[in-house]
Design a protein around this ligand. Structure first.
Ligand code: 3H9
Length: 692
């Protein structure tokens, strides 16, 4: 074995050179990896005893793509296109041997090899779209040559990896190796190529799969139309379609050149920077300052859920999906029946869409137990309380739970606002208590706010943090404060939205500004969807807010066919002149002058106070890092990923701009806009939240 450099070595075995890349964690295409590949192929070429070369990776995966940490920094030679040319133009066959995930630039390396072999568990893919990019090393030119433009665009636009078996069937890999015996399989395959004097097959020379799309721009237009809604607001996807079209219309080298130019332009875009930020933010969120790999965790083999409402049912589904049995406790048989039928219907709908088999539905439902007997919770390793937001009720439940749960069980509340320390104080074991705040619909939204109480033990926190990814969630650890991170910031936006409609904006204008910004819904459409009468009661209503007036009129949201908007049978919203009249009259009665308000002011009034609140949350140590706040908003509230989250967005706008605007608003509208000290400090130092 010869070391080629710090991350690559070369072994020659019976006429076959094996270039092994070993650059943990994922063999990303750093300079050293690029150099290793280049040197490996050159050395093999120069060695007269070698007749074929295998490229294989050590560790968990084949090359998982470009090194994202290098993006935006000056690159050092050898550059990837040159490395790829070297591989493709080698005079002896090169075989890429794939395991783990051959993604992005890694898959593009494999596509320049003359042959590919993979173990059945391997996956290939071009996930660049998820980083706001298109493949930049020939992926949009080579993949369609192997699989045709439609499949290639499916792969590129979804960013989802495909299996080695699909790859074999599509002709992307030439052979499958036995699981666990990739290197041996690849060497044997290389020897068979030598014996057969197999040709140097270059993907770039293949044309037959492109022929079907030649002279048919309508194919690309149809794909564009089919994806327009999903990609509203995103930039890279249309470039991906154009680039694949170039593969059909242009000579290979020109297609590659244009692909590279588009890739480079996207690499410098704010959208791609935002999406790369989110990639790392999601991974950073899993790291908790005082918890490490040595912190012990507890096994969670059975979960109890208190409450079979929408939240309780959704929470239970996460565990059932992950193979963990769940017991739901309720106080009435009707509530249990209603809850279980919602879960069953949810699963059946998924099955109808072909994403679950009926056998899987049965297996999941089979893991669910229902009971009216609170004592059944004695078996659970983790109990999650999901009843409505009442501190008195929650305290009662936790006191009772304290008497029932086994020693060492983790006791969690799904409260979205309330003080977890006060809830914990209702037990004699506050160290076992924490918040697990799921977001609605709890079986769909990926966010889990993990609320660390004052006395929550490290073991309990570490256990829940490790559990989050197992149930498909991104856990973000937050501190105890009213509304935690997400709802605390949301309250700022809601307050301003309510003020803006009294000052002259319409609910539809406010909502549109936010949907134009990229959010799935504005506050008024959201209120109508949730129901305006949540937490409202006819007995106590005094007509003191727009909501009171609407509810008193029976306009309680979508479910009553009217709320802030009017709804037709299909629940399409239409602005309501009647509601606008109510708002105007209310404002007049309160002496609030109405005026035209620009979209720009609406956006700043809604978003900047959220950012300011985010800064206070950081100042108070209720979130560990600004990027955690971004993850909360992206995973829990549909903040557009291409804007990177509110704190990243503040960085892109410029902290001084945000600060100046807050001060201007403070002078005009009062202390709701008083800037946070941290924002002042960072702005004065020319800093940013991402680098704070
Ligand atoms: C590209 O290739 C562009 C080309 O078309 C053109 C080039 C010219 N770079 O996710 P994990 C780190 S674009 C740097 O927890 P898993 C990650 O941050 C790129 N670092 O593990 C983490 O670090 P830490 C296209 C990377 O097993 C650690 O590795 N490729 C990269 O759950 C483990 O990651 C992609 O988009 C990287 N490329 O999943 C692939 N990838 O431990 C992105 C990972 O310090 N990567 N890290 O937090 C993935 O999808 C997953 O990481 C993977 C492993 C499936 C590979």
């Amino acid at each position: 074995m010869t070391a080629l450099n710090a991350v690559a070595d070369l072994t020659v075995e019976d006429e076959v050179a094996i270039v092994t890349i070993n650059s943990p964690p994922v063999n990303a295409l750093s300079r050293d990896v690029r150099e290793g590949l280049m040197l490996g192929v050159e050395k093999a070429e120069a060695d007269a005893t070698v007749k074929a070369t295998v490229i294989v990776c050590a560790g968990r995966t084949f090359i998982a793509g470009a090194d994202i940490t290098e993006f935006g920094k000056p690159h050092a030679a050898p550059y990837l296109p040159d490395v790829l040319d070297r591989i493709e133009n080698a005079k002896k066959p090169v075989v890429a041997a794939l395991h783990g995930t051959a993604l992005g630039g890694g898959f593009e390396v494999a596509l320049t090899a003359h042959y590919r072999i993979a173990v059945p568990s391997a996956k290939c893919g071009l996930p660049e779209i998820k980083l706001g990019l298109i493949p930049g090393a020939g992926g949009t030119q080579r993949l369609p040559r192997l699989v045709g433009v439609e499949t290639a665009l499916e792969v590129i636009l979804s960013g989802t990896p495909f299996s080695a078996r699909d790859a074999k069937q599509w002709g992307v890999v030439d052979a499958l190796a036995e699981e666990g015996k990739l290197a041996e399989g690849a060497v044997a395959f290389a020897k068979s190529l030598i014996a057969a004097r197999a040709p140097l097959k270059k993907v770039r020379d293949r044309d037959e799969k492109l022929a079907a799309a030649r002279g048919k721009p309508e194919i690309f237009e149809a794909i564009r139309q089919a994806h327009a809604k999903k990609f509203r607001g995103f930039e890279a996807w249309e470039k991906a379609i154009l680039s694949v079209k170039n593969a059909v219309d242009l000579p290979f080298d020109e297609g590659v050149e244009r692909e590279r130019a588009m890739f480079m332009a996207l690499l410098g875009s704010t959208q791609s920077k935002a999406q790369r930020h989110v990639f790392f933010a999601e991974r950073a969120a899993a790291k908790i300052a005082d918890i490490g790999p040595d912190t012990p965790t507890k096994p969670i083999a059975r979960v109890g859920v208190i409450g079979a409402g929408t939240m309780g049912g959704g929470i239970a589904m996460n565990f059932l999906n992950a193979g963990i049995p769940v017991t739901i406790v309720e106080t009435s048989k009707e509530a249990l029946d209603r809850g279980v039928s919602i879960i069953q219907r949810n699963y059946e709908n998924t099955a109808k869409k072909g994403r679950l088999t009926m056998a899987e539905v049965e297996a999941r439902m089979g893991r669910l137990s229902l009971t009216l007997d609170f004592r059944a919770l004695a078996e659970a390793d983790l109990v999650i309380e999901a009843v409505y937001e009442s501190m008195d009720l929650k305290k009662l439940i936790f006191e009772k739970l304290d008497g029932v749960a086994k020693p060492g069980a983790i006791l969690a509340s799904n409260t979205s606002y309330l003080n977890v320390d006060a809830i914990a104080a209702a037990t004699k074991r506050p160290e076992d208590v924490l918040g697990m705040h799921f977001f609605s619909p709890a079986n769909v939204m990926r966010l889990l706010e993990i609320v660390r109480g004052e006395k929550t033990s490290k073991t309990v926190l570490a256990t829940v943090a490790a559990l989050a990814p197992k149930i498909g969630k991104v856990g973000v650890t937050v501190g105890v404060c009213y509304g935690f991170v997400g709802n605390r910031m949301l309250a700022e936006r809601q307050r301003e939205a309510g003020k803006l409609i009294l000052e002259g904006a319409t609910p539809a204008q406010v909502d549109r500004v936010l949907t134009d910004f990229g959010l799935p819904m504005g506050p008024f459409a959201m209120s109508d969807l949730a129901g305006l009468d949540i937490g409202w009661s006819a007995e106590t209503s005094k007509g003191e807010s727009i909501r009171d007036i609407l509810c008193e009129e029976g306009r309680r949201g979508q479910k009553t066919g009217a709320g802030f908007y009017d709804y037709d049978e299909q629940r399409n919203a239409k602005p309501s002149a009647h509601v606008e009249t109510i708002i105007r009259a209310f404002a007049a009665a309160k002496g609030i002058a109405q005026r035209d308000i620009t979209d720009a002011e609406i956006l700043e009034r809604l978003i900047y106070p959220m950012i300011n609140e985010g800064a206070k949350i950081l100042e108070e140590g209720k979130a560990q890092r600004a990027s955690d706040i971004d993850v909360v908003w992206i995973m829990g509230y549909g903040w557009p990923v291409y804007r990177g989250g509110p704190m990243f967005y503040a960085d892109t706008v410029g902290l001084n701009t945000v600060l100046d605007k807050l001060k201007e608003f403070q002078a005009k509208f009062g202390d709701d806009f008083r800037p946070a000290a941290l924002l002042e400090k960072l702005a004065a130092a020319g800093g940013s939240f991402s680098k704070a």
